[in-house]
Design a protein around this ligand. Structure first.
Ligand SMILES: [Zn+2]
Length: 466
C-alpha cells in the first residue's frame, strides 16, 4: 500500500475580550519539526503515514489577538500547507477560544482556509480544548474531532492521541468519519465545571460509555469560554461518528445531560471577597487563589488588589506567586524602591514599595517587603507547578500563606491538600459572571438569563439532522 501523507499544526490560545492587553507575535511560542512530532507523539509510521509538521503556535492565554498577527500566521500556515502538495490528511491542534477583533469565528476561518487548500477528499481531524467554541463553520470543515475530557487539563497528550488515531484509522481503512454537534445554551467558567467534581465528573465519565455505542468514534462535551463576549460563545456536544443518525442520538443525549445539570454547576472551592479570605485564614499553611487576574484563563496577572489587602492586614509569611511587571523588575535592578500594580494595563491599585531584600532568578525578582515575599516576573506566567518554586530556590514550607493567580488549583498544588480559598477578585476573568459585560452573546443563555426550555438540535454544520 502506498504510504499516505499528512500535515500537522495549528494555533492555540484563549483570549478574554475583557483584557486590555492584546496578544502579539512575540507572545507565541512556535513548535516546529521534530519538537512538534514529539508533542503529538503518535506512531504514524506504524500506519504507513508520513507526518509533515508545519507549526503549532501557542501562547499563555491573554487578551484579544492583533488581527495583523492572526492573518500573518494563518497565511503562513496555508502557504506551508500548499507547499506540501497533495495530502491525504491534516491533524489540526487548536484551542477554540481565540478572539480577534472583527472576526466572529477565527478558528472557523483558519479551518475553512485549510479545507480550501486540501480539498474535500482529505481527512481533517481536529483536537480542541474543552473551553473552546464550536461553530457550523468549524464542524462543516472537519471530519473528526476530539477535545480534552479533563479540566484542569491532564489529558492533553491523550487528546492528541485520540485525534491522531481517528485520522490514522480512517486513512488506513479508507473511510471518512463525520462530525455532528449541538449547541447547549449554558456558559459557565472552568471553575464551575471542573471534571474532578460533580456534576461534570459523572458527565465526562459517561462520554466513555457513549463511545462504546455502534458508529460512535469520539464523544465530547464542550464547556465553551465564558470570558469572551461573542456571538459564538456557547457550550456544545460534539460527536465524531461513522453514521450521522447514530451520532445525532448521542449528541442529543450529552446536550440534555449537561442541560439537566446546569443548576448544579458551581465551584467546589470556598469563595468570597478578599476580606472574607483573610478572615477565613487559620493556623495551617493555606492557599488563596486570586481568580479574576488568572493568566492561564486570560487574565493579565499584574494586579495587586490581594497584595494590598494582605500587606494592610499584617499577615505573616505570605508568598505571592507571582505578579507580572516588567517595569518593577527593571526598577529593582537599579534600587530597592519600586512601584507595583497594573503595569501591563490590567488595572486595579498601584503600590509604592521598598524591598528589604531582593534576588533575581529565572526572569523573576524575588522580593521581601515586610513579612511578605513577592515573586515579580518579567513576563506574564503562572506558578502552578512545584518546579516553578524550586527553580527560584523557594521552599513552600517556609510560608504560612501562598497567594497565586489562579482559579481552581493545578493538580500539583491540589496535591498539597492545603485549605484553599478562591477570591472573586476583579480582572479580565472575573468569576462573578453576573457583573461582566454581556452584549454580543446569544440570548437566552444560562446563567446570564434564566432559561427554562431547551430542545437539542443537532447539525453536521450544513444542515440539521433528524
Ligand atoms: Zn482549557
Amino acid at each position: 500500500m502506498a504510504s499516505k501523507k499528512i500535515a500537522i499544526g495549528g494555533i492555540s490560545t484563549e483570549c478574554s475580550s475583557y483584557s486590555p492587553l492584546y496578544q502579539k507575535e512575540g507572545d507565541f511560542l512556535s513548535l516546529q519539526g521534530q519538537a512538534l512530532l514529539d508533542l503529538v507523539e503518535y506512531p504514524f509510521d506504524d500506519y504507513n503515514i508520513q507526518a509533515h509538521p508545519i507549526f503549532f503556535n501557542k501562547s499563555v492565554p491573554g487578551g484579544p489577538i492583533e488581527s495583523s498577527y492572526f492573518f500573518k500566521v494563518k497565511d503562513q500556515f496555508i502557504k506551508e500547507l500548499k507547499a506540501l502538495g497533495t495530502i491525504d490528511g491534516v491533524l489540526l491542534l487548536m484551542h477554540g477560544a481565540m478572539y480577534v477583533d472583527g472576526i466572529d469565528d477565527p478558528e472557523g476561518e483558519w479551518i475553512a482556509s485549510v479545507r480550501e487548500v486540501v480539498g474535500q477528499k482529505c481527512i481533517i481531524s481536529a483536537s480542541f480544548d474543552l473551553h473552546g467554541q464550536v461553530t457550523n463553520k468549524i464542524v462543516s470543515n472537519i471530519d473528526a474531532f476530539a477535545a480534552f475530557r479533563t479540566a484542569p487539563h491532564i489529558d492533553v497528550k491523550g487528546t492528541y492521541w485520540r485525534s491522531s488515531q481517528m485520522l490514522a484509522k480512517a486513512l488506513n481503512g479508507n473511510y471518512k468519519p463525520c462530525v455532528v454537534w449541538s449547541p447547549i445554551p449554558v456558559l459557565v467558567s472552568g471553575e464551575m465545571s471542573s471534571t474532578f467534581v460533580e456534576p461534570c465528573k459523572s458527565i465526562y465519565e459517561s462520554l466513555e460509555l457513549y463511545n462504546q455505542e455502534p458508529n460512535i468514534l469520539d464523544s465530547n462535551l464542550m464547556i465553551g469560554y465564558v470570558w469572551a463576549d461573542t456571538k459564538r460563545a456557547t457550550a456544545s456536544s460534539v460527536v465524531t461518528c461513522t453514521n450521522q443518525e447514530s451520532g445525532s442520538v448521542v449528541c442529543r443525549n450529552i446536550a440534555k445531560l449537561y442541560w439537566d445539570n446546569r443548576k448544579e454547576l458551581k465551584s467546589d472551592m470556598k469563595s468570597g471577597n478578599i476580606y472574607d479570605a483573610i478572615n477565613w485564614l487559620g493556623e495551617d499553611f493555606s492557599i488563596i487563589a486570586d481568580s479574576g487576574d488568572n493568566p492561564t484563563a486570560g487574565g493579565v496577572g499584574d494586579r495587586v488588589d490581594v497584595l494590598k489587602a494582605v500587606l494592610e492586614s499584617n499577615i505573616k509569611d505570605a508568598l505571592f506567586a507571582g505578579i507580572a511587571s516588567k517595569s518593577s523588575y527593571d526598577e529593582l535592578k537599579k534600587g530597592n524602591q519600586f512601584n507595583l500594580g497594573g503595569s501591563f494595563g490590567g488595572g486595579g491599585p498601584s503600590l509604592k514599595l521598598t524591598a528589604e531584600d531582593v534576588y533575581f532568578e529565572n526572569h523573576c525578582a524575588v522580593v521581601k517587603v515586610k513579612n511578605t515575599t513577592i515573586i515579580i516576573s518579567e513576563l506574564r506566567r503562572p506558578f502552578h507547578n512545584l518546579a516553578d518554586f524550586d527553580s527560584l530556590k523557594i521552599n513552600l514550607k517556609d510560608f504560612q500563606l501562598l497567594v497565586i493567580k489562579s482559579g481552581y488549583l493545578s493538580p500539583e498544588l491540589q496535591e498539597l491538600s492545603a485549605p484553599s480559598f478562591m477570591v472573586l477578585s476583579s480582572g479580565a476573568v472575573n468569576q462573578n459572571l453576573s457583573t461582566i459585560k454581556n452584549i454580543h452573546r446569544k440570548k437566552q443563555i444560562f446563567p446570564f438569563q434564566d432559561v427554562d426550555q431547551f430542545t437539542p438540535e443537532v447539525s453536521n454544520g450544513l444542515s440539521l439532522i433528524g
